[in-house]
Design a protein around this ligand. Structure first.
Ligand SMILES: Cc1cc2nc3c(=O)[nH]c(=O)nc-3n(C[C@H](O)[C@H](O)[C@H](O)COP(=O)(O)OP(=O)(O)OC[C@H]3O[C@@H](n4cnc5c(N)ncnc54)[C@H](O)[C@@H]3O)c2cc1C
Length: 369
């Protein structure tokens, strides 16, 4: 049966849902108050990472990783995906102990995709890493992709299958109507049998309107990119006891990010960088790669991201409306998972039990009853 579905938000998760739902022949409308990929999904660091995920997310990250391997066949382009591997570098023996515990924990859960490497192996893989680093935790097959190309490819694929995109109009009201929803946006009214909330950092506003508030907080992860320099780095690098994400692209530029946050204003749809935070990230980079002190930063930016208190997304049915599905709150690591969210959402629309375990992501975990 064809279902009329309105997806709020054309980030990676909204576009992924649109692809999978239109594949099943549903009538899909995607509404974005800006445009596809304008916010987190189009401006992120492009990390395609299973390394370091919360155990609850690993089955999803594994399934998404499989999809990343066949991205070209699925959406018509490879989205710049480069499976160069990722390594979490230890800066001390206590970091090494921490990483060894992590490897053990994953093995006890039946996963072997993260494994410890010693200092010699670390230097073989990353010759320019600082001498004091005693090793790291590696994950082969992880890597990076181009975020804006990725969202655009998924959006194009959804459109080719008949999904309609409305950009530059904001969903301002949802009203129950004839078993479904009247969705008001930009002076137009859309009817939906099912609403999918993929509104990123603004998803909490929709939840409030729906009567199920969530403790979502908007944050502004920051990034900086350097001038082009000679190739020196294959894998994506993270640190163990402080925030860092560090990668060199094929054009020679180096992208630096991490957990340090800028200033966010969701009312004005803005994220701004903070120089002291960027300096903190730069210090981490220089202590791991001393030669980077000579390299110039040519651009910095920040993006608006939805973060949940437990750093896990909300994926699943609304707790109070059978015809609302949520997929938001990806807490600064949702790009990789975008490849699989649509499949989960389409399972939920079809009323079938999702093949992946999503119970830990239920919105009910924020309800007191
Ligand atoms: C700087 C930065 C670096 C990051 N690096 C990585 C990384 O390396 N790897 C990784 O896995 N993740 C990373 N992330 C996180 C990742 O980008 C996000 O988790 C993911 O993109 C979230 O996608 P989304 O579709 O939920 O949200 P978004 O991309 O924010 O999309 C939500 C959309 O909803 C629209 N919207 C909101 N409210 C309404 C409304 N009422 N009406 C209409 N439209 C509405 C918005 O305009 C927006 O386009 C990073 C994030 C940032 C900001």
């Amino acid at each position: 049966m064809t279902t009329r579905i309105v997806i709020v938000g054309a980030g990676i998760h909204g576009c992924s849902a649109a692809v999978h739902l239109s594949l099943l022949g549903h009538q899909v409308t995607v509404i974005d108050k800006a445009y596809a990929g304008r916010h987190a999904s189009g401006v992120n660091a492009g990390g395609v990472r299973r390394l370091g995920r919360h155990p609850a997310e690993i089955p999803l990250a594994m399934a998404a990783w499989k999809r990343w391997q066949t991205m070209h066949d699925f959406v018509g382009e490879d989205c710049g995906f480069r499976p160069v591997g990722q390594i979490k570098v230890a800066e001390s023996e206590s970091d090494m102990e921490h990483l060894a515990l992590r490897e053990k924990q994953l093995q006890s859960l039946g996963f072997d995709h993260e494994y410890l490497i010693d200092g010699d192996e670390l230097r073989r893989r990353i010759p320019s890493v600082a001498q004091h680093c005693p090793g790291g935790l590696a994950c082969d097959g992880d890597g990076y992709a181009n975020p804006y190309r990725t969202v655009t490819a998924w959006r194009r694929r959804a459109q080719q299958q008949g999904a309609t995109f409305y950009e530059g109009i904001e969903v301002t009201n949802l009203e129950p109507h004839r078993g479904g929803w009247n969705v008001d946006a930009g002076g137009q009214r859309f009817y939906a049998d099912i609403v999918v909330n993929c509104a990123g950092a603004w998803a909490g506003t929709l939840c409030e309107r729906l009567g199920e508030p969530v403790p979502l907080r908007a944050e502004a992860p920051m990034l900086m990119i350097t001038e082009r320099i000679s190739p020196f780095l294959q894998p994506v690098v993270g640190a163990t006891s402080r925030p860092l994400s560090f990668k060199q692209f094929e054009n020679g530029t180096v992208l630096i990010g991490g957990g340090v946050r800028g200033i966010v204003d969701t009312q004005r749809n803005l994220a701004e960088t903070r120089l002291d935070g960027l300096a903190e990230n730069a210090d981490t980079v220089v202590s791991l790669f001393p030669f980077m002190a000579q390299v110039r930063i040519v651009r910095t930016w920040a993006g608006v991201e939805a973060v949940m208190p437990d750093q896990l997304p909300v994926i699943g049915h609304s707790a109070i409306h059978h015809n609302v599905i949520h997929a938001f709150g990806f807490s600064a690591h949702g790009f990789q998972l975008g490849a699989i969210t649509g499949e989960i959402v389409s399972d939920l629309v079809e009323q079938s039990e999702p093949s992946l375990p999503i119970a830990p992501f239920s919105i009910r975990r924020f309800h007191n009853d």
